[in-house]
Design a protein around this ligand. Structure first.
Ligand code: GLU
Length: 477
């Protein structure tokens, strides 16, 4: 019989990864501890009268670090929510925001609830009541604490929260900036829903532009034809899989979901698979794919890139030595435990760590928050002016060409693209792409310049901790 193993808690795992990085740094005495610990965690129990009786719900909002305010991070609805998890996630938010240079501290919230067990109008009542509890303690506020979607929540819940906040603070002109991830019509931003999956795509593209990292992973060429396994076809997994397959030519050879995994070595059609899931409630019986009821087995498939996009702790001491992927992209938060991480590192697996790989969501949340504060959408002032200037240049080139008798003509395709000013979605994607590229290169440089830095995760933590330490230093701590 195998010796039973106990998994470290999520919080322990994050702390161990943090401590490993901090041990390679020269932090002022006591500063390591100050940065590591969660500043506060608020636990609330509140009752809501539903279906003829009072139901008591437990909610959390943890604030990890307030070196920048507001603090930022999602709110999760799941039966698995607990204090340890929320604190681990809040800590990851601090490091994530620091790594991708967002002016936020880290926070995270959660409600112990199964969102599928309640009707939308019931969930709305629960959400509005939770928002009231958060607001009373200033744990939702455009200047202090800005929630966003996470597992089990989305645009709908954010709309309820924003509306509940606005009713409680009708005089706050910045009320819309109290929550991000809102629907477009209620002050959201184009590209927020796809943002985390889009960020995963941009991260992978940057890996394939960086030969030394690609080589370390034992991969070569481009994303085209790479065999990818995705765990979880929720918002993040779906968008990552869709973009990688339809825009970069990667083959999604397996998708693992709640009810099992579907596989096709020639690649699955992700949009069709999602429609099938909506229609049937699961991936089973998806036409043209084989099925495996034990969905975690899919993690162990022979593939090039593994994208765990579901939940924490799925790769651990008990299965890490059976992971075949050469490159693992942590689209979820904390999918690999500290022990699993150690085993994978010894096997030479390259890991794009969560604080980097899934930072696309909060990055676009930042753009939304800025948009709400400036009360105008991106591109509204410049777009037509940009088009007019481009038209000027095209006309001038055509005039010169005719004048000199060279007879050059600009292709229609070029003109169409060049003459159109960027809209909000294009600007958001451009800002996200820039963010993901820059952070990747910063991590890669830290690893390249210091032989003691064993992997990209440690490098990412070093970049993040350095920035947080500098902020605390500037505050006199
Ligand atoms: N919940 C997401 C995360 O874990 C997004 C947070 C945000 O947008 O504030 O990064």
């Amino acid at each position: 019989m195998n010796a039973p193993f106990t998994q470290p808690s999520f919080r322990d795992s994050v702390d161990r990864m943090f401590t490993q990085a901090a041990s390679l740094m020269d932090l002022a005495p006591g500063l390591e501890e100050k940065i590591r610990v969660c500043n506060s965690t608020y636990v609330v129990r509140f009752g809501v009268r539903l279906r003829g009786e009072i139901h008591t719900f437990t909610g959390y909002r943890s604030v990890h670090s307030e070196h920048h305010e507001p603090v930022k991070g999602g709110i999760r609805y799941s039966l698995g929510v607990n204090q340890d998890e929320v604190e681990a996630l809040a800590a990851l938010m601090s490091y994530k925001c620091a790594l991708v240079e967002l002016p936020f501290g880290g926070s995270k919230g959660g409600l112990t609830v199964d969102p599928r067990a309640w009707e939308p109008n019931e969930l709305e009542q629960i959400t509005r009541r939770f928002t009231y509890e958060l607001s009373r303690r200033r744990l939702i506020s455009p200047s202090q604490n800005v929630p966003a979607p996470d597992m089990g929540t989305g645009e709908r819940e954010m709309a309820w929260m924003a509306d509940a906040y606005k009713r409680l603070h009708p005089e706050d002109i910045n009320a819309r900036a109290s929550v991000t991830g809102k629907p477009l019509r209620l002050g959201g931003i184009a590209g927020r829903v796809e943002a985390t999956g889009r960020g995963v795509q941009y991260a992978l593209r940057e890996v394939f532009r960086t030969p030394e990292v690609l080589e370390r992973a034992g991969l070569s060429g481009s994303l085209e034809g790479q065999r990818v396994v995705v765990q979880g076809l929720g918002n993040v997994g779906f968008h990552a899989a869709k973009f990688l397959s339809t825009e970069d030519g990667a083959k999604i050879i397996a998708v693992a979901e709640r009810d099992g995994a579907v596989m096709n070595p020639d690649g699955l059609n992700i949009a069709d698979l999602q429609s099938h899931m909506h229609a049937t409630g699961g991936v089973k019986d998806f036409p043209g794919a084989s099925f495996e009821a034990d969905s975690v087995k899919a993690l162990e498939l022979d593939c090039d890139i593994l994208i765990p996009a579901a939940m924490e702790g799925v790769i651990h001491a008990g299965n890490a030595d059976r992971i075949h992927a050469r490159l693992v992209v942590e689209a979820a938060n904390g999918p690999i435990t500290a022990e699993g991480d150690e085993i994978l590192r010894q096997r030479g697996t390259v890991i794009l760590p969560d604080l980097y790989a899934n930072a696309g969501g909060v990055t676009v949340s930042y753009f939304e928050w800025v948009k709400n504060l400036q009360q105008i959408s991106f591109g509204r002032l410049e777009r037509r002016q940009e088009e007019a200037r481009h038209a000027l240049l095209v006309e001038e080139l055509e005039r010169l060409s005719a004048h000199t008798g060279l007879g050059w003509t600009l292709s229609e395709g070029f003109k169409q693209k060049y003459l159109r000013g960027a809209d909000e979605l294009e600007l958001v994607r451009s800002g996200l792409d820039d963010t993901m590229r820059t952070a990747f290169q910063q991590m890669a440089t830290v690893q390249a310049e210091d032989s003691r830095v064993p992997d990209l995760r440690t490098a990412a933590y070093i970049v993040a901790i350095r920035r947080i330490a500098t902020s605390y230093g500037a505050l006199g701590l």
